[in-house]
Ligand binder design. Structure first.
Ligand SMILES: [Fe+2]
Ligand SMILES: [Fe+2]
Length: 170
């Protein structure tokens, strides 16, 4: 196997970013739940879980390449309380992740590590989906106001509420 030091570095940077996102999204989940915005809180929780699964896939790749999984935390949690600002921050994080994974995929290609390149490309797809989900929420808040989030929580009902991104109130 060729020297994979650089790939392992990129993969560990990716893990640090994912762990930072997990912490931030869990924080957003608690805050939104406290505001009574259950479906949006649930979307943040679900996204945090998906970022955890990303961490797992990246860690498996590092181990396959014979590296150590550093488990660094890429950023400190921003204590944002406002729902609009939370969604806007989540969009920004996803947008940065998309840019990062595109860059990493390109570099993995130039160092002839097709396996890591494919992993980074698959992660771009997931982060684009996350971005799109948060973007939809932004549009709904802009069209119907933040009250829409509270109304939606009645429609979603129950423990943890329904899926965010459903139909806004008429
Ligand atoms: Fe991710
Ligand atoms: Fe994401």
């Amino acid at each position: 196997m060729p020297d994979r030091t650089r790939s392992i570095e990129l993969l560990n940077q990716a893990i640090a970013d994912e762990i930072g996102a997990i912490h931030q999204y869990m924080y957003f989940h608690f805050r939104l739940d406290d505001l009574g915005y259950a479906p949006l809180a649930n979307l943040l929780r679900q996204t945090a879980i998906e970022e955890m699964l990303h961490t797992e896939r990246i860690a498996e790749r590092i181990l396959f390449l014979g590296g150590e999984v550093e488990m660094s935390v890429g950023r400190t949690v921003e204590k944002i309380h406002d729902a609009r600002e939370i969604v806007s921050k989540a969009k920004q994080l996803e947008s940065e992740a998309i840019e990062m994974y595109n860059r990493f995929a390109l570099e993995a290609g130039t160092i002839l590590d097709s396996g890591s390149k494919k992993l980074f490309e698959a992660l771009v797809d997931d982060e684009e989906r996350h971005y799109d989900q948060f973007d939809q929420q932004t549009e709904h808040i802009e069209r119907f106001g933040e009250q829409y989030l509270a109304l939606q929580s009645f429609q979603g009902g129950g423990e943890g509420g329904g899926q965010a991104g459903g139909q806004p109130p008429a």
